[in-house]
Ligand binder design. Structure first.
Ligand code: MBD
Ligand code: FE
Length: 284
């Protein structure tokens, strides 16, 4: 049982690190280093940490604990997890503050490009006995002026009922609970999946060690991840949440916004939930 549990953080962490490195490599065109910007940002970050050391009178024991921990973050492959949990929300805020359309949220560490394409009312790839409450999620994609965007696609990825993401945890089919819906000619989609469970970030790696040492908790509320794309419009990366989740108000990743809360209704047979949510994209 110990062996079963121990490698989980490092497995998902190292896969996330590898995936991220591949994406950076494939998008690395002719990016130039902006020396002034690096000087400013790296300089400010280093100064902020020095200020904390002086102000809080940090000891050698504390400094060495930090050093050991930073090394472990790398060994566990948890830099994507650490950065996406504790910093990405601010980057997302800066990147999208001009938008008039949909609010977005962070991408997180577990996105994979090119999920299988599905018809506008398709069912997400899932196991025959996939546990969880059946969920029908429907809506329309429009531009900020109200025009339906008939060439839009809606990508959905989410954790299974144990909180695991395919391609980042062992033993799950490659594209499980990941799909790309092509909207119909009224720009509508109707996605069939299961309702995800609350998600705990790995507790057995460096991030979990920090959380335990600081007396925090490791939970994110149950969430759906989405990317909505349409020609001539800004890409929307979002997450949607379910009312009543105990962690909606204290998401460890600070990624919940009131505009991203769903309003699920029970299905007629009482066995599933139906949710409606429309996406509004900003023109480029
Ligand atoms: C997740 O599933 C997630 O969405 C984020 C932001 C961080 C860790 C795990
Ligand atoms: Fe997630």
């Amino acid at each position: 049982q110990y062996l079963d549990e121990a490698p989980a953080a490092a497995t998902s962490g190292n896969l996330a690190s590898q995936r991220f490195a591949e994406r950076v490599a494939s998008s690395q065109g002719d990016k130039v280093v902006d020396t002034e910007r690096v000087d400013l940002l790296a300089g400010r970050a280093i100064k902020a940490l020095n200020d904390i050391i002086i102000e809080e009178r940090v000891s050698y024991d504390e400094y060495n604990a930090l050093k050991a921990w930073l090394i472990k973050v790398g060994q566990d492959g948890e830099w994507p997890l650490f950065l996406d949990v504790w910093l990405e929300h601010s980057v997302e805020e800066v990147a999208t503050s001009h938008r008039e359309g949909n609010k977005g949220s962070i991408e997180g560490p577990y996105y994979v490009e090119n999920a299988p394409e599905l018809p506008w009312n398709g069912t997400i790839p899932m196991r025959e006995d996939e546990p969880g409450t059946p969920m029908k999620f429907f809506g329309q994609v429009r531009s900020t002026d109200g025009t339906p965007l008939k060439d839009a696609t809606v990508e959905l990825w989410h954790a299974d009922s144990d909180g695991f993401y395919s391609q980042f945890a062992p033993g799950i089919p490659e594209w499980n609970l990941r799909g790309t819906w092509v909207v119909n000619d009224e720009a509508r989609f109707e996605m069939h999946s299961i309702q995800p469970a609350p998600y705990q970030i790995p507790t057995d790696g460096a991030c979990g060690q920090l959380i335990a040492a600081a007396g925090w908790h490791a939970w994110r509320p149950a969430h759906l991840h989405l990317k909505v794309k349409a020609p001539g419009h800004e890409l929307l990366t979002a997450q949607l949440y379910f009312p009543g989740d105990p962690h909606n108000d204290d998401d460890i990743a600070s990624a919940v916004k009131p505009e991203l809360m769903l309003d699920p209704k029970p299905t007629e047979d009482g066995k599933g939930v139906t949710v409606e949510y429309d996406f509004v994209l900003d023109p480029e």
